[in-house]
Ligand binder design. Structure first.
Ligand code: SAM
Length: 320
C-alpha cells in the first residue's frame, strides 16, 4: 500500500470527514490555538467543543499518521539516533556501575541511582525496559494536525521500542476531557496535576516536549539537577543550542538559566528535516547528558540551584 498524505488530503479528512457541510449565516473561521507556534500546517476545528468532535475519527487519523511516519526516512533516523544515544548512556552507566561497586564510600542509595543494570542493554528493538516516557505540551490533539503527528511519533516509538504502556505519560493543560479520554484509549496515562515540568526521575526517562516554551525544559532540568539523574534523561524537544544562541542573555537567565548552564555539557542530535511537513518536527533535537561530560563540569555547577521563578507574562508556560 502506498502511504502518501498531502496537506490538502489531511485537511479534507479533518474538515469534512467526507461530507461537505454548508452552514447558513456567518461563516466561522477556525482560529489558531494561541498557545501554538505559527505554522503553515493546517490547524482545524480548534474552537469546537468536545461535543462536536468525532474522537473515533481523531484516533483513526493518529493511527494513520503513525503508519505514515513509520514508513518515512525521518522516523528511521529518529529510531537510529535514539538507539545510539541509549547505547552511549548504557555503556557509560555500566562503567560507572562497576566503579561504584568497588567504591566503599558510596551508600546503597547512591549505587541505586545508577538506574540501568547490566541486563538492561538496549537492543535493536528495545530501550531500557523500565524507562519512563513523558510527553508534555503536545497540544490539542483533536484539532491540531501538528499535535496529531507529534502524538503519532510517540505512539510509533512506544510500539517499536516496546516501551511499557504503564510508564507512558502525557500532560498538557489545554487537553479537553475528550482528548484525555482519547489518550487513555490509546493507553497513555494522563498526569493528574500540572507538574510544570518538575518531574523528578528515578531511572531512565525519555521526555518529549515538542515546541514547548523554555520554562518547561528549564524546570525539568532544575528538578533533576544532579549528575547521576541528568545522565539518565533524554529530551526530544526544541534545540537547546538554538535557544541559547537566539535568546538574549538577560531573558535566558530569567526563563532558561538551567538550559544555559547545561548546554555545553549536552550532546544534541538534530532531528533530520526530511519529513514532508516542515513545521511538525522542525528545530528539534535529541538531547542527552553523558556522564563524562557532566563530570568534567566544575563542581559549582551543581551547587547553587534555586528554583526558577517566572512571571506568567514572560514565561511560555501555563503555571499550576
Ligand atoms: C507552542 S505550543 C506547542 C504545541 C504543539 N506541540 C506544537 O508543536 O504546535 C506549547 C504547548 O505547551 C503547553 N504547555 C504550557 N504549559 C505547560 C505545562 N505546564 N505542562 C505541559 N504543557 C504545557 C501548551 O499548552 C502548548 O500546548
Amino acid at each position: 500500500m502506498l502511504l502518501v498524505i498531502s496537506g490538502s488530503f489531511s485537511a479534507h479528512m479533518a474538515n469534512s470527514d467526507g461530507f461537505v457541510v454548508v452552514k447558513k449565516g456567518k461563516r466561522r473561521r477556525p482560529r489558531p490555538n494561541r498557545d501554538c507556534v505559527s505554522s503553515s500546517a493546517k490547524v482545524f476545528d480548534c474552537n469546537e467543543s468536545d461535543h462536536d468532535i468525532d474522537f473515533g475519527r481523531v484516533k483513526e487519523k493518529i493511527h494513520f499518521y503513525r503508519d505514515e511516519l513509520k514508513c518515512s526516512e525521518f522516523y528511521t533516523n529518529v529510531q537510529e539516533q535514539l538507539k545510539q544515544c541509549y547505547l552511549t548512556v548504557y555503556q557509560e552507566r555500566r562503567k560507572q556501575d562497576s566503579e561504584n561497586r568497588c567504591d566503599p564510600d558510596l551508600d546503597d542509595v547512591e549505587r541505586d541511582v545508577a538506574g540501568l543494570s547490566l541486563n538492561d542493554c538496549p537492543t535493536n528493538t528495545t530501550l531500557p525496559p523500565d524507562m519512563e516516557c513523558v510527553c508534555y505540551g503536545v497540544g490539542n490533539i483533536s484539532g491540531n494536525i501538528i499535535s496529531q503527528y507529534q502524538l503519532a511519533l510517540v505512539l510509533a516509538l512506544r510500539e517499536d521500542f516496546k516501551l511499557n504502556q504503564d510508564r507512558c505519560f502525557m500532560f498538557d493543560p489545554v487537553f479537553t476531557e475528550g482528548e484525555k479520554q482519547t489518550l487513555q484509549d490509546l493507553h497513555f496515562s494522563i498526569i493528574p496535576v500540572n507538574e510544570e515540568g518538575k518531574r523528578r526521575c528515578h531511572g531512565p526517562a525519555l521526555f518529549f516536549l515538542p515546541h514547548c516554551g523554555k520554562a518547561l525544559y528549564n524546570n525539568l532540568l532544575w528538578c533533576n539537577w544532579h549528575l547521576q539523574t541528568l545522565s539518565n534523561i533524554v529530551i526530544i524537544g526544541n534545540s537547546f543550542k538554538a535557544m541559547v544562541e537566539r535568546t538574549p542573555q538577560r531573558l535566558l537567565k530569567e526563563t532558561g538559566l538551567y538550559i544555559m548552564k547545561i548546554q555545553e555539557y549536552t550532546v544534541e542530535i538534530p532531528l533530520s528535516q526530511t519529513f514532508h511537513h516542515s513545521d511538525i518536527f522542525n528545530d528539534m533535537a535529541i538531547h542527552y547528558f553523558p556522564l563524562h561530560r557532566l563530570t568534567s563540569a566544575p563542581g559549582e555547577l551543581w551547587e547553587a540551584h534555586d528554583a526558577p521563578v517566572y512571571s506568567q507574562h514572560d514565561a511560555e508556560i501555563i503555571l499550576s
